[in-house]
Structures are given as structure tokens and as C-alpha cells.
Design a protein around this ligand. Structure first.
Ligand code: GLY
Length: 376
């Protein structure tokens, strides 16, 4: 599907047999949000737009910038963040859509971060048995990761992303200028997913992150655009190889096995990226315990996380037994036995017997879990 915005934008195509068009564009640039609504009207002519966003986007002025005074159905998630990523919010959104008399000619527009995108994608997947969704990610986490790949869902009372479906977007529009208004803690937390991409797939990108850490923290516009492009390149290539996460796509879960458990146990006071940062250190320690580390990658990952303002130790109380229970609910678990993505070296993941997520002896996992509060 052609992008009607005629600027100097970068476009990647994510191929997937799940869409009749065979794929979708990811468009990256800066400062086009105010012109995007008109472009979508042209691109999706005949469809009724319905925006799903959250209070922080309203407060930052991004919703107004997108709407430009036009009338459109809008649902504002409040409070913003993971605590609202529930079945209750999903039901409330779907009922709001129905009360606007929307039909199968709806276009859902997800304007916001990871929570907005995950729940809006889920709403689009089930409303009238499925309508298209366009993602406009506005956070470091959603631009790096969650807006690409079609994962949608909500959390259960026990665990993260417990219920959901794959529902690929019709298009993704990343305006990196929206990152300029993002709260500092959220901004830094989301950078963990970029470090993850570099760690699993591209040592050169890791070195670039190390070199450009100061400019990243200053939110330098050119650096942010380059970051978005590198994330998109890595994420798209993995997703295209294994769109339904049968095996290879599990590499994107580096740091997530323990990370998701910590996030849920914290009652989501720990942001996703903050939990993944600690989860990557835990995964690195598992690698060390298993005798898989012959280089300084764990030290480099920890140094980069620290430089970008991310804690690498769990500050809260996370009883190992509770984490172990939650690990059994992890989607990579087989027969209640959790599996972990482990690095072979910086920039590549260890694959054994064709598997990208591996079983680890429980005593090693426990040993690492009791030391989550310690330095490396
Ligand atoms: N966030 C990991 C994935 O999309 O598979």
C-alpha cells in the first residue's frame, strides 16, 4: 500500500502472508504527525477512523496534532500504562466502538505506546471479526519493538500478555519527533529493547549504541531516526522469518522470560523496559553459570544499560519461588518448564538442536534468581 506522505521518509516493508497485500509498510521520519490524518484518509479511503490513545498523548498535544480539528471517534485509555492493559479496558473500547455504530469499514488507529498498540490491535482483531489497524507508535518501546510484528493482547490478573492474537497492522507510521515529549523514565526504559536488538542480532549496532549513548540521552533527532531504522531492520527481519513465533522469533524474547515475571510481580510499577534490562542481566548470568561466556559481553551490556540510566539490579522484593511459578506461565514454556534465550556472543543467539529458546537446569535458574539484587 503506497504511503501518500511525500516527504523524505524511510519506508521498510514487512512481508507477511497473513495480509492480502502480502505485507505492510513501516514509515519512519520526523515531524509528520500533523499531516498524517489527511494521508490516512487518502490511503484508507472509505473507512471510518477510530482512534485509541491514552491520557499522556492528550496531555502532550499529540492527539490534537493528529486530529487537526477533525471529528473522529476517540477512546482515551486512562490511566495510561500496563495497569490498563486488561480485558475490562478491551471490553470498554469495543463497546465504545459499537456505540459509535462503527462497522466492518472501520480503521482502528493506535496512537501511543506499547499498551495502546497492544490493546488497540486486539480490539481491531476482534471487532466485527476483524478490521484493519494502523499503528502510530510514540514511545521508545513501541517504536523499537511492539508496533511491528502483529502481537496484540492484554494481561491477566496473574501474568503479562496472557490473552491475545496475532493481528498484523495495515501500516506503521513512526514520527520520531513524538519522542521529544516522552517522560524521561519511559524514554530511557524503552531503550532497553534497542539494546536487546543489538545484543541478539548486530554487534555493530551495539557498538553504535555505545558510541552514541550521550546523543541518545539528548534525544538528538538524527540519532533517533537512525535508531528507529536499525530497530525496524532487525525486528522486521526476525518477524518475516517466523511471523507466528514457532521458533526463531523467540530470540526477540531475550531478557523477557524473567523480565515479564518481574513486571507482573511488581504490579507493573516496573516498566517493561526496566524489567527487560534486569532480565537481560539475569540471562547473561545464566550464560555464565552454564559456562557459555568467554568474552566481556555481560559487562558491556551492563555498562550500556547503566549509561542509559537503566537499573541492572532488582530493587524490589521478588521471591525466587514466586518468579519460578510465573516462569511456568511463560509462553515459551514447554510442559511447565521455562525456556530461555541465551547469547552465543554479542550480536548472535545460541541455537541448539534447531531451538532458539533453551531449557536451563532449575538449580541454575534459582541460583540466578536469588542474586537479582546483586551487581554483576
Ligand atoms: N516483542 C517480541 C516480539 O514481537 O516477538
Amino acid at each position: 500500500m503506497d504511503c501518500p506522505l511525500k516527504d523524505n521518509l524511510k519506508t521498510f516493508t514487512v512481508s507477511t502472508p497473513a495480509l492480502p497485500e502480502g505485507g505492510y509498510p513501516v514509515v519512519i521520519g520526523s515531524g509528520f504527525l500533523g499531516r498524517l490524518r489527511a494521508a490516512l484518509k487518502e490511503q484508507f479511503a472509505g473507512r471510518m477512523g477510530f482512534v485509541i490513545t491514552d491520557r499522556s498523548l492528550v496531555q502532550a498535544g499529540h492527539l490534537d496534532r493528529f486530529l487537526g480539528g477533525s471529528q473522529m471517534g476517540v477512546y482515551v485509555i486512562d490511566p495510561p500504562g500496563e495497569v490498563s492493559k486488561t480485558m475490562e479496558t478491551l471490553t470498554s473500547i469495543l463497546e465504545a466502538m459499537e456505540s459509535c455504530f462503527l462497522g466492518r469499514d472501520t480503521l482502528v488507529i493506535a496512537l501511543g505506546g506499547g499498551t495502546v498498540g497492544d490493546i488497540a490491535g486486539f480490539a481491531a482483531a476482534v471487532f466485527k471479526r476483524g478490521v484493519p489497524v494502523v499503528h502510530i507508535p510514540t514511545t521508545t518501546i513501541s517504536q523499537a519493538d511492539s508496533s511491528i510484528g502483529g502481537k496484540t493482547g492484554v494481561d491477566s490478573t496473574r501474568s503479562k500478555n496472557a490473552f491475545g492474537v496475532f493481528w498484523h497492522p495495515a501500516a506503521v507510521y513512526m514520527d520520531t519527533e513524538t519522542l521529544q515529549t516522552l517522560d524521561e523514565v519511559q524514554y530511557r526504559a524503552g531503550l532497553a529493547e534497542s539494546i536487546k536488538h543489538a545484543a541478539i542480532a548486530d554487534a555493530g549496532f551495539f557498538a553504535w549504541l555505545e558510541k552514541n549513548a550521550d546523543l541518545l540521552l539528548k534525544r538528538d533527532p538524527a540519532v533517533l531516526e537512525h535508531l528507529a531504522c536499525q530497530n525496524c531492520r532487525i525486528k522486521a527481519s526476525v518477524v518475516m522469518e517466523d511471523p507466528l513465533e514457532k521458533n526463531r522469533r523467540r530470540v526477540l524474547n531475550y531478557g523477557h522470560t524473567i523480565g515479564h515475571a518481574l513486571e507482573a510481580l511488581s504490579g507493573y510499577s516496573l516498566l517493561h523496559g526496566q524489567a527487560v534490562a534486569i532480565g537481560m542481566i539475569a540471562a547473561g548470568r545464566i550464560e555464565k553459570e552454564m559456562g557459555l561466556v568467554g568474552d566481556d559481553r555481560l559487562e558491556r551490556i551492563e555498562a550500556l544499560l547503566t549509561k542509559l540510566g537503566l537499573a541492572t539490579r532488582a530493587a524490589g522484593t521478588y521471591p525466587p519461588q514466586k518468579i519460578l511459578e510465573l516462569l511456568k506461565l511463560d509462553k515459551k514454556s514447554v510442559g511447565r518448564r521455562p525456556r530461555f534465550v541465551l547469547l552465543e556472543k554479542l550480536g548472535s543467539v545460541l541455537c541448539r538442536d534447531g531451538q532458539w529458546a533453551l531449557e536451563v537446569p532449575e538449580e541454575i535458574v534459582e541460583k540466578v534468581l536469588v542474586r537479582l539484587a546483586d551487581t554483576v
